[in-house]
Design a protein around this ligand. Sequence first.
Ligand SMILES: NC(=O)c1ccc[n+]([C@@H]2O[C@H](COP(=O)([O-])OP(=O)(O)OC[C@H]3O[C@@H](n4cnc5c(N)ncnc54)[C@H](OP(=O)(O)O)[C@@H]3O)[C@@H](O)[C@H]2O)c1
Length: 282
Amino acid sequence: MNKNYGKKFVTLNNGIKMPILGFGSVLETDVSDFDAVYNSAWNKGYRLFDTASNYGNQIALGNWLQTLECNREEYWLTSKVAQDEQGYEQTLAAFQKTLKELQTDYLDLYLIHWPKEKTFFETWKAMEELYDEGLVRAIGVSNFEPNHIDRLLTRARIMPAVDQVETHPYFSNHVTHDYLKKLEIQPQAWSPLGHGGQELNDNKIIELAQKYHKSVGQIILRWLVQKGVTAIPKSTNFVRQEQNISIFDWSLTPIDEQAIDELQKGERVMGAPDENYTEDKW
Ligand SMILES: NC(=O)c1ccc[n+]([C@@H]2O[C@H](COP(=O)([O-])OP(=O)(O)OC[C@H]3O[C@@H](n4cnc5c(N)ncnc54)[C@H](OP(=O)(O)O)[C@@H]3O)[C@@H](O)[C@H]2O)c1
């Protein structure tokens, strides 16, 4: 078993180390035995657990974390402030609720889940304060495109450490990644396997899987990691959990990496950030 693969790290712009691969969020509604899925992920070596206040699984995740016989420093917790929790006071309150649900006294990473125009700077101010107080080891954003980051940097004191953005072969998001790289903000791919969609049946990726004697999921995740993108694949299947983390002892050739780059179609699996950004209902 590849227990150490969850301990392959990138160093963030504030000097702390984050696992390259983490475990995407499993909703309680996805599984009959939540704990069994997370126990398996733990045993496979996953040490970063991604969640969000609006995923509805923080209480279950917090309960499961209590069953681990290890120190808190041995795993990484990421959570996110939701759209309807944004604003200065609201973000501080949402963070405390998340700590309580996860039964922890700090987070490793706290993200703004989606950019929101109205309370844009107030939310980040609260995030900075949480970081100053040592309640979170790194702060970042999610679904921020270059225009949102540009706006944030007009007033931010602290540079986001991570931007968690949709990234998979049919939506490579390379323009955002190039921009993030220049600012030393670490990209982290959400839905790295295209949310289990079309890419898993792509002829080119299947051909590469056969060539490397790997699964399609492994080829995609290896492609991301070679591009310097961290990822949080989700699987409730114990075999696929093992495959998804076993991507560190082999590599794709530059030509094969480029062949996957060329699959880019600009096809998202979810809505675009700007639909959330300016949405009146929030
Ligand atoms: N920040 C954001 O706005 C945002 C948005 C969406 C998601 N996320 C985060 O990103 C995580 C991952 O995204 P996701 O859950 O949308 O999709 P994903 O990880 O891209 O794909 C998960 C799907 O692929 C299947 N799968 C997993 N490994 C596979 C493999 N090796 N071969 C074939 N199929 C495989 C899974 O089925 P099985 O379970 O049956 O294996 C599941 O249906 C989420 O769990 C969440 O934590 C963040």
